[in-house]
Design a protein around this ligand. Structure first.
Ligand code: SAH
Length: 194
């Protein structure tokens, strides 16, 4: 294990995520929206998340910036990081497949939106956000730089904190008691725990 391999693993995570997501982005453009919480606030949150999970780490990978925050690379840490990459990609694939045409990059309920409560959604109601947390953890473990490593946790953490209650409110407005029952029998990110 070398710093270069760890960086390549991080790049492959981003590429894999893009390949998994792209067909859904294309389809979502064609699927009419019934109810939306899209707005400047959501766009700002998406930008903050993109900066932390994408822009800062890729500047680091390309240039080594910011040098002052570098620390010694530990192979064992990077191996755990690769396990996080594999888990994140598996979770992205499973959740995109399960949500299908109900997926949106932002907070939207589509026409003929179906509430998904089976597969991984039987146990947790935000498994795609679990996948993003795994991404942020992989980043922290793979990039031996305090700023570039931790920016994902800060960036995605900000989106998550400000979005989660709003998303659950939107789903409750759209699905009423069905979503409230669903909330009562699931946790958010980790089955039975969190
Ligand atoms: N929070 C979910 C989904 C993220 S994608 C997760 O982490 O897996 C965001 C979109 O998914 C929102 O527009 C919302 O309307 C939709 N969504 C969230 N939970 C859903 C569910 N259980 N069934 C169907 N759509 C859902």
């Amino acid at each position: 294990m070398t710093p270069m391999i760890a960086k390549i693993a991080y790049i492959l995570l981003a590429v894999g995520w893009y390949v998994i997501r792209m067909p859904h982005v294309r389809r979502s453009r064609r699927t009419p929206v019934a109810r939306s919480s899209r707005g400047p606030r959501e766009m700002a949150l998406l930008l903050i998340s993109l900066t932390g999970l994408g822009i800062v780490p890729f500047i680091y990978i390309a240039t080594g910036f910011p040098k002052f925050a570098a620390y010694t690379f530990r192979p064992a840490q990077a191996y755990i990081g690769i396990a996080a990459v594999v888990s994140a990609l598996a979770m992205f694939r499973i959740t995109h497949k399960a949500l299908g045409r109900n997926w949106s990059v932002t907070l939207e309920v589509r026409e003929r939106h179906k509430l998904v409560t089976d597969g991984v959604y039987r146990y947790i109601r935000h498994p795609m956000y679990t996948a993003f947390w795994l991404w942020a953890i992989a980043q922290a473990l793979l990039l031996p730089n305090l700023v570039a490593g931790l920016s994902g946790i800060v960036g995605f953490g900000t989106l998550y904190m400000f979005r989660i209650a709003k998303e659950e409110r939107l789903m409750t407005e759209a699905f009423g008691a069905a979503y409230q029952d669903y909330m009562a029998r699931t946790t958010r990110l980790i089955p039975w725990l969190l």
